[in-house]
Design a protein around this ligand. Structure first.
Ligand code: NAD
Length: 302
Protein backbone atom coordinates (compact mmCIF):
# COMPACT_ATOMS: atom_id res chain seq x y z
CA UNK A 1 0.00 0.00 0.00
CA UNK A 2 1.24 3.54 -0.78
CA UNK A 3 2.79 5.41 2.15
CA UNK A 4 0.29 7.79 3.77
CA UNK A 5 1.20 11.34 4.73
CA UNK A 6 -1.04 13.50 6.94
CA UNK A 7 -1.06 17.22 6.10
CA UNK A 8 -2.61 19.69 8.55
CA UNK A 9 -2.93 23.33 7.43
CA UNK A 10 -3.89 23.49 3.75
CA UNK A 11 -3.74 27.28 3.26
CA UNK A 12 -1.82 29.36 0.71
CA UNK A 13 1.38 27.37 1.29
CA UNK A 14 0.17 24.02 2.66
CA UNK A 15 -2.44 23.56 -0.10
CA UNK A 16 0.01 23.51 -3.03
CA UNK A 17 2.64 21.62 -0.98
CA UNK A 18 0.14 18.83 -0.26
CA UNK A 19 -0.85 18.83 -3.95
CA UNK A 20 2.80 18.19 -4.90
CA UNK A 21 2.92 15.20 -2.54
CA UNK A 22 -0.18 13.80 -4.26
CA UNK A 23 1.52 14.31 -7.66
CA UNK A 24 4.58 12.45 -6.32
CA UNK A 25 2.37 9.41 -5.63
CA UNK A 26 1.76 9.65 -1.87
CA UNK A 27 -1.65 9.08 -0.33
CA UNK A 28 -2.24 12.42 1.43
CA UNK A 29 -4.83 12.76 4.20
CA UNK A 30 -5.47 16.44 4.81
CA UNK A 31 -7.22 18.62 7.33
CA UNK A 32 -7.82 22.37 7.73
CA UNK A 33 -10.31 24.44 9.71
CA UNK A 34 -11.29 26.46 6.60
CA UNK A 35 -13.86 24.93 4.24
CA UNK A 36 -12.41 26.75 1.22
CA UNK A 37 -8.94 25.25 1.81
CA UNK A 38 -10.47 21.76 2.08
CA UNK A 39 -12.35 22.22 -1.18
CA UNK A 40 -9.22 23.23 -3.13
CA UNK A 41 -7.17 20.45 -1.54
CA UNK A 42 -9.82 17.87 -2.39
CA UNK A 43 -9.83 19.04 -6.02
CA UNK A 44 -6.05 18.46 -6.01
CA UNK A 45 -6.39 14.84 -4.88
CA UNK A 46 -5.98 15.23 -1.10
CA UNK A 47 -8.22 12.87 0.90
CA UNK A 48 -10.10 15.07 3.35
CA UNK A 49 -10.27 13.88 6.98
CA UNK A 50 -12.91 14.90 9.51
CA UNK A 51 -10.27 16.18 11.97
CA UNK A 52 -6.50 16.49 12.38
CA UNK A 53 -6.52 13.40 14.62
CA UNK A 54 -8.42 11.49 11.93
CA UNK A 55 -5.89 12.58 9.29
CA UNK A 56 -2.90 11.07 11.13
CA UNK A 57 -4.53 7.68 11.85
CA UNK A 58 -2.54 5.57 9.33
CA UNK A 59 0.16 8.10 8.44
CA UNK A 60 3.87 7.39 8.82
CA UNK A 61 4.71 11.05 8.21
CA UNK A 62 2.78 14.05 9.56
CA UNK A 63 3.31 17.56 8.17
CA UNK A 64 1.90 20.79 9.63
CA UNK A 65 1.82 24.20 7.88
CA UNK A 66 0.10 26.59 10.30
CA UNK A 67 0.09 30.33 11.03
CA UNK A 68 2.13 30.58 14.28
CA UNK A 69 3.76 28.79 17.22
CA UNK A 70 0.59 28.61 19.34
CA UNK A 71 -1.26 26.76 16.55
CA UNK A 72 1.60 24.30 16.11
CA UNK A 73 1.83 23.52 19.84
CA UNK A 74 -1.92 23.13 20.14
CA UNK A 75 -2.17 20.81 17.09
CA UNK A 76 0.97 18.76 17.93
CA UNK A 77 -0.23 18.28 21.55
CA UNK A 78 -3.30 16.48 20.12
CA UNK A 79 -1.54 14.63 17.33
CA UNK A 80 1.24 13.05 19.39
CA UNK A 81 -1.49 11.20 21.32
CA UNK A 82 -2.93 9.78 18.07
CA UNK A 83 0.16 8.76 16.04
CA UNK A 84 2.11 5.49 16.15
CA UNK A 85 5.52 5.58 17.88
CA UNK A 86 8.22 6.09 15.24
CA UNK A 87 6.08 8.46 13.15
CA UNK A 88 8.01 11.35 11.61
CA UNK A 89 6.48 14.73 12.53
CA UNK A 90 7.53 17.72 10.39
CA UNK A 91 6.49 21.31 11.04
CA UNK A 92 7.00 23.59 8.02
CA UNK A 93 5.38 26.74 9.54
CA UNK A 94 7.50 29.78 10.38
CA UNK A 95 7.39 29.97 14.18
CA UNK A 96 9.50 31.09 17.14
CA UNK A 97 12.51 28.95 18.03
CA UNK A 98 11.17 28.27 21.54
CA UNK A 99 7.87 26.80 20.26
CA UNK A 100 9.80 24.77 17.67
CA UNK A 101 11.93 23.22 20.43
CA UNK A 102 8.79 22.56 22.50
CA UNK A 103 7.21 20.76 19.52
CA UNK A 104 10.33 18.56 19.23
CA UNK A 105 9.96 17.70 22.95
CA UNK A 106 6.31 16.71 22.47
CA UNK A 107 7.33 14.39 19.64
CA UNK A 108 10.20 12.91 21.62
CA UNK A 109 7.93 12.16 24.60
CA UNK A 110 5.67 10.21 22.19
CA UNK A 111 8.70 8.31 20.76
CA UNK A 112 8.33 10.06 17.41
CA UNK A 113 10.99 11.55 15.15
CA UNK A 114 10.66 15.27 14.41
CA UNK A 115 11.93 18.08 12.21
CA UNK A 116 11.40 21.83 12.11
CA UNK A 117 11.50 22.64 8.39
CA UNK A 118 10.41 26.20 7.58
CA UNK A 119 10.50 27.25 3.94
CA UNK A 120 11.53 30.08 1.72
CA UNK A 121 10.17 30.60 -1.79
CA UNK A 122 6.61 31.81 -1.17
CA UNK A 123 3.41 30.57 -2.77
CA UNK A 124 5.08 30.47 -6.21
CA UNK A 125 7.75 28.11 -4.89
CA UNK A 126 5.13 26.03 -3.06
CA UNK A 127 3.17 25.56 -6.30
CA UNK A 128 6.21 24.89 -8.49
CA UNK A 129 7.76 22.52 -5.91
CA UNK A 130 10.90 24.66 -5.74
CA UNK A 131 10.90 25.68 -2.06
CA UNK A 132 14.05 25.84 0.04
CA UNK A 133 13.66 23.91 3.31
CA UNK A 134 15.77 24.91 6.31
CA UNK A 135 15.75 21.88 8.54
CA UNK A 136 16.47 21.30 12.21
CA UNK A 137 16.45 17.93 13.96
CA UNK A 138 18.38 14.72 14.52
CA UNK A 139 20.30 13.03 11.68
CA UNK A 140 17.94 10.00 11.65
CA UNK A 141 14.86 12.23 11.35
CA UNK A 142 16.49 14.21 8.54
CA UNK A 143 17.43 11.04 6.64
CA UNK A 144 13.77 9.94 6.70
CA UNK A 145 12.31 13.36 5.96
CA UNK A 146 14.61 14.46 3.14
CA UNK A 147 13.02 12.34 0.36
CA UNK A 148 9.56 13.67 1.31
CA UNK A 149 10.74 17.29 1.42
CA UNK A 150 12.41 16.81 -1.98
CA UNK A 151 8.95 16.32 -3.51
CA UNK A 152 8.05 19.87 -2.42
CA UNK A 153 11.35 21.70 -2.78
CA UNK A 154 14.57 21.96 -4.72
CA UNK A 155 16.98 22.72 -1.84
CA UNK A 156 16.90 20.91 1.47
CA UNK A 157 19.48 22.19 3.97
CA UNK A 158 20.10 20.38 7.26
CA UNK A 159 20.99 23.32 9.52
CA UNK A 160 21.57 21.45 12.79
CA UNK A 161 19.63 20.15 15.77
CA UNK A 162 16.11 21.03 17.03
CA UNK A 163 15.14 24.62 16.20
CA UNK A 164 18.08 25.22 13.83
CA UNK A 165 15.75 25.42 10.80
CA UNK A 166 13.70 28.18 12.43
CA UNK A 167 16.89 29.97 13.52
CA UNK A 168 18.17 29.94 9.92
CA UNK A 169 14.81 31.15 8.60
CA UNK A 170 14.53 34.17 10.91
CA UNK A 171 18.19 35.15 10.40
CA UNK A 172 17.69 34.97 6.62
CA UNK A 173 14.48 36.99 6.72
CA UNK A 174 16.02 39.58 9.03
CA UNK A 175 18.68 40.10 6.33
CA UNK A 176 15.90 40.32 3.73
CA UNK A 177 13.92 42.96 5.68
CA UNK A 178 17.04 45.05 6.22
CA UNK A 179 18.27 44.81 2.62
CA UNK A 180 14.84 45.57 1.14
CA UNK A 181 14.54 48.69 3.32
CA UNK A 182 18.07 49.72 2.26
CA UNK A 183 17.46 49.13 -1.45
CA UNK A 184 14.17 51.09 -1.29
CA UNK A 185 15.92 54.00 0.42
CA UNK A 186 18.61 54.02 -2.26
CA UNK A 187 16.02 54.19 -5.08
CA UNK A 188 14.21 57.09 -3.36
CA UNK A 189 17.51 58.92 -2.87
CA UNK A 190 18.41 58.26 -6.54
CA UNK A 191 15.08 59.80 -7.61
CA UNK A 192 15.87 62.92 -5.56
CA UNK A 193 19.33 63.08 -7.15
CA UNK A 194 17.93 62.77 -10.67
CA UNK A 195 19.43 59.31 -11.27
CA UNK A 196 17.26 56.91 -13.30
CA UNK A 197 16.02 53.63 -11.83
CA UNK A 198 17.68 51.68 -14.64
CA UNK A 199 21.05 53.39 -14.09
CA UNK A 200 21.03 52.62 -10.37
CA UNK A 201 19.96 49.04 -11.11
CA UNK A 202 22.66 48.55 -13.78
CA UNK A 203 25.36 49.73 -11.37
CA UNK A 204 24.19 48.33 -8.01
CA UNK A 205 23.06 44.93 -9.34
CA UNK A 206 26.57 44.28 -10.66
CA UNK A 207 28.55 46.07 -7.95
CA UNK A 208 28.99 45.80 -4.18
CA UNK A 209 25.35 46.84 -3.57
CA UNK A 210 24.03 43.66 -5.19
CA UNK A 211 21.65 41.48 -3.20
CA UNK A 212 18.43 39.51 -3.78
CA UNK A 213 16.31 42.58 -2.92
CA UNK A 214 17.68 44.45 -5.93
CA UNK A 215 18.85 41.73 -8.34
CA UNK A 216 15.77 39.47 -8.18
CA UNK A 217 13.03 41.46 -6.48
CA UNK A 218 13.77 45.04 -7.57
CA UNK A 219 11.26 47.36 -5.79
CA UNK A 220 10.72 49.68 -8.79
CA UNK A 221 8.97 48.69 -12.04
CA UNK A 222 11.16 47.98 -15.06
CA UNK A 223 14.56 46.50 -14.33
CA UNK A 224 13.34 43.06 -13.16
CA UNK A 225 10.04 42.38 -15.01
CA UNK A 226 8.96 39.56 -12.65
CA UNK A 227 9.17 41.62 -9.44
CA UNK A 228 5.87 42.66 -7.69
CA UNK A 229 6.65 46.33 -8.47
CA UNK A 230 5.53 45.54 -12.03
CA UNK A 231 2.24 44.17 -10.76
CA UNK A 232 0.95 46.96 -8.51
CA UNK A 233 2.90 45.53 -5.54
CA UNK A 234 0.55 42.57 -5.27
CA UNK A 235 2.29 39.94 -3.10
CA UNK A 236 4.61 38.07 -3.56
CA UNK A 237 5.51 38.24 0.06
CA UNK A 238 3.08 40.37 2.04
CA UNK A 239 4.38 43.12 4.33
CA UNK A 240 2.37 41.51 7.19
CA UNK A 241 4.43 38.31 6.83
CA UNK A 242 7.68 40.30 6.75
CA UNK A 243 6.64 42.01 9.98
CA UNK A 244 5.84 38.61 11.52
CA UNK A 245 9.32 37.30 10.66
CA UNK A 246 11.10 40.47 11.83
CA UNK A 247 9.24 40.28 15.14
CA UNK A 248 10.32 36.64 15.51
CA UNK A 249 13.93 37.71 14.88
CA UNK A 250 13.67 40.41 17.55
CA UNK A 251 12.10 38.04 20.09
CA UNK A 252 14.91 35.58 19.43
CA UNK A 253 17.55 38.33 19.68
CA UNK A 254 16.14 39.49 23.04
CA UNK A 255 16.03 35.92 24.37
CA UNK A 256 19.56 35.11 23.15
CA UNK A 257 21.13 38.48 24.04
CA UNK A 258 22.14 39.42 20.47
CA UNK A 259 22.53 43.06 19.38
CA UNK A 260 20.47 43.49 16.18
CA UNK A 261 20.02 47.25 15.78
CA UNK A 262 19.36 47.07 12.02
CA UNK A 263 16.85 44.26 12.47
CA UNK A 264 15.11 46.26 15.21
CA UNK A 265 14.87 49.29 12.93
CA UNK A 266 13.54 47.22 10.02
CA UNK A 267 10.91 45.77 12.39
CA UNK A 268 9.88 49.32 13.40
CA UNK A 269 9.60 50.41 9.76
CA UNK A 270 7.41 47.42 8.85
CA UNK A 271 5.35 47.94 12.03
CA UNK A 272 4.58 51.51 10.88
CA UNK A 273 3.83 50.34 7.34
CA UNK A 274 1.44 47.65 8.62
CA UNK A 275 -0.23 50.12 11.02
CA UNK A 276 -1.13 52.21 7.96
CA UNK A 277 -3.29 49.28 6.83
CA UNK A 278 -0.80 48.24 4.12
CA UNK A 279 0.11 44.76 5.40
CA UNK A 280 -1.56 43.16 2.38
CA UNK A 281 0.80 44.87 -0.06
CA UNK A 282 4.04 43.23 -1.11
CA UNK A 283 6.85 44.03 1.34
CA UNK A 284 8.80 45.87 -1.41
CA UNK A 285 5.97 48.42 -1.46
CA UNK A 286 7.63 50.05 1.55
CA UNK A 287 9.43 52.11 -1.13
CA UNK A 288 6.13 53.98 -1.63
CA UNK A 289 6.03 54.82 2.08
CA UNK A 290 9.62 56.12 1.94
CA UNK A 291 8.71 58.22 -1.12
CA UNK A 292 5.66 59.65 0.66
CA UNK A 293 7.75 60.46 3.75
CA UNK A 294 10.42 62.12 1.57
CA UNK A 295 7.71 64.17 -0.10
CA UNK A 296 6.52 65.39 3.31
CA UNK A 297 10.08 66.23 4.39
CA UNK A 298 10.57 68.14 1.12
CA UNK A 299 7.34 70.09 1.61
CA UNK A 300 8.21 70.93 5.22
CA UNK A 301 11.50 72.39 4.03
CA UNK A 302 9.58 74.51 1.51
P1 NAD B 1 -2.53 30.57 5.55
O1 NAD B 1 -3.21 31.42 6.57
O2 NAD B 1 -2.91 30.68 4.11
O3 NAD B 1 -2.69 29.01 5.95
C1 NAD B 1 -2.73 28.53 7.27
C2 NAD B 1 -3.85 27.50 7.33
O4 NAD B 1 -3.84 26.89 8.63
C3 NAD B 1 -5.24 28.13 7.14
O5 NAD B 1 -5.88 27.51 6.04
C4 NAD B 1 -5.96 27.83 8.47
O6 NAD B 1 -7.33 27.56 8.31
C5 NAD B 1 -5.19 26.62 8.95
N1 NAD B 1 -5.30 26.37 10.38
C6 NAD B 1 -5.12 27.23 11.41
N2 NAD B 1 -5.28 26.60 12.60
C7 NAD B 1 -5.57 25.30 12.31
C8 NAD B 1 -5.85 24.15 13.09
N3 NAD B 1 -5.87 24.20 14.41
N4 NAD B 1 -6.10 22.99 12.44
C9 NAD B 1 -6.09 22.92 11.09
N5 NAD B 1 -5.83 23.99 10.29
C10 NAD B 1 -5.59 25.15 10.89
O7 NAD B 1 -0.95 30.82 5.75
P2 NAD B 1 0.22 30.44 4.72
O8 NAD B 1 0.53 31.61 3.86
O9 NAD B 1 -0.08 29.11 4.12
O10 NAD B 1 1.44 30.31 5.75
C11 NAD B 1 1.62 29.15 6.57
C12 NAD B 1 2.97 29.28 7.27
O11 NAD B 1 4.00 29.39 6.28
C13 NAD B 1 3.10 30.52 8.17
O12 NAD B 1 3.79 30.15 9.32
C14 NAD B 1 3.88 31.50 7.30
O13 NAD B 1 4.63 32.41 8.07
C15 NAD B 1 4.78 30.56 6.53
N6 NAD B 1 5.26 31.06 5.24
C16 NAD B 1 4.41 31.69 4.38
C17 NAD B 1 4.89 32.17 3.16
C18 NAD B 1 3.99 32.85 2.16
O14 NAD B 1 4.49 33.46 1.21
N7 NAD B 1 2.67 32.77 2.31
C19 NAD B 1 6.25 31.99 2.82
C20 NAD B 1 7.09 31.31 3.69
C21 NAD B 1 6.57 30.85 4.92
Amino acid sequence: MTEAIAFVGLGNMGGPMAANLVKAGYRVNGFDLAAASLETASANGVMIAASAVEAVKDASVVITMLPAGKHVISVWSELVKAVQPGTLMIDCSTIDVESARKAHMLAKEASCLSLDAPVSGGTGGATAGTLTFMVGGAEAAFARGEPVLQKMGKRIVHCGDSGAGQAAKICNNMILGITMAGVCEAFVLAEKLGLSHQALFDVASTSSGQCWSINTYCPVPGPVPTSPANNGYKPGFAAALMLKDLKLSQEAAAAAGAETAMGAHAAELYETFNALGRGGEDFSSIINYFREQSQKTGEARG
